[in-house]
Design a protein around this ligand. Structure first.
Ligand SMILES: NC(=O)c1ccc[n+]([C@@H]2O[C@H](COP(=O)([O-])OP(=O)(O)OC[C@H]3O[C@@H](n4cnc5c(N)ncnc54)[C@H](O)[C@@H]3O)[C@@H](O)[C@H]2O)c1
Length: 250
């Protein structure tokens, strides 16, 4: 796929969950566009793999092991970022799918803790680290198509991702005067470890529901993130952009 090219020279981004899947591609696309990137992830294996795959960009990169679900961990990570921040992509997320009847309190807490409280923790820890001299401040939050229509077996995930859309609109109103735009992306079904962990049959059924009859690629989401993070998107604020090949229109 031909990626859209942007110029993010002299900009720096933080990408949570940036060591694999969608986050890895967002990291790579920012690096290719000239940005410095701080990758926040809790997986040692994913961090090591990303470091090796992105070695050509070593001078633009910073890696931090952090659990976005922990306030202490986020505060520590924020202290280690070597530069002022222009762009934050809240991407880290997990699933613990079960029907409501079978879902445990731990599964609810884990998903809300990472996918919703994680955004609070990360953004709170970084708010004062944003570049004071820049009017180009961007936050892009990764929600999900299922936040817009619900999904069997995902009470915890849908609640968290719908919460992400709500806090995006609130931050858009609160932060605009400080030079921020805050937007969300609602990806459809994207080919990553998260979807590959699903049974093959369920994946095929999902793909069949997409008007384009196929899953999306990580580049589809990264392209949308870079657009919303760009200078050119400065008048888009509080929006949730569906990137799902028409899945949400049913
Ligand atoms: N793949 C899809 O179809 C799809 C669809 C809609 C939304 N999303 C969302 O996109 C985002 C990325 O999903 P993905 O498919 O790339 O997932 P993935 O599992 O491939 O990657 C997620 C990354 O986040 C990291 N991570 C998870 N919990 C963390 C924590 N507590 N602290 C720090 N890092 C953590 C993981 O180590 C991993 O590197 C998630 O928010 C997900 O909910 C994905």
């Amino acid at each position: 796929m031909q990626n859209i090219t942007y110029n993010f020279q002299n900009k720096s981004a933080i990408v949570t969950g940036g060591a694999s899947g969608i986050g890895f591609q967002i990291t790579k696309s920012f690096l290719e566009s000239g940005a410095k990137v701080s990758v926040w992830d809790y997986s040692d294996a994913a961090l090591a793999q990303a470091k090796s795959e992105l070695s050509a960009f070593a001078s633009q990169l910073h890696f931090t092991k952090v659990d976005v679900g922990s306030r202490e961990s986020c505060a520590q990570a924020a202290g280690s970022v070597p530069w002022a921040v222009d762009i934050l992509v809240n991407n880290a997320g997990i699933t613990r799918d079960k029907s409501f009847a079978k879902m445990t309190g731990e599964e609810w807490d884990a998903v809300i803790g990472t996918n919703l409280t994680g955004l609070f923790n990360v953004t709170k820890s970084l708010f004062e680290k944003f570049n004071a001299n820049s009017s180009h401040r961007r936050i892009v939050n990764i929600s999900s198509v299922v936040a817009l229509y619900g999904n069997f077996g995902q009470t915890n995930y849908v609640a968290a991702k719908a919460g992400v859309i709500g806090l995006t609109k609130t931050w858009a109103k609160e932060f605009a005067r400080k030079g921020f735009t805050v937007n969300a992306i609602a990806p459809g079904f994207i080919r990553t470890a998260m979807t590959q962990a699903m049974p093959k049959e369920a994946l095929e059924q999902m793909a069949a529901r997409v008007p384009a009859q196929r899953l999306g690629e990580t580049e589809d989401i990264a392209n949308a993130v870079l657009f919303l993070a760009s200078e050119q998107a400065s008048y888009i604020n509080g929006h949730t952009l569906s990137v799902d090949a028409g899945l949400v229109i049913g």
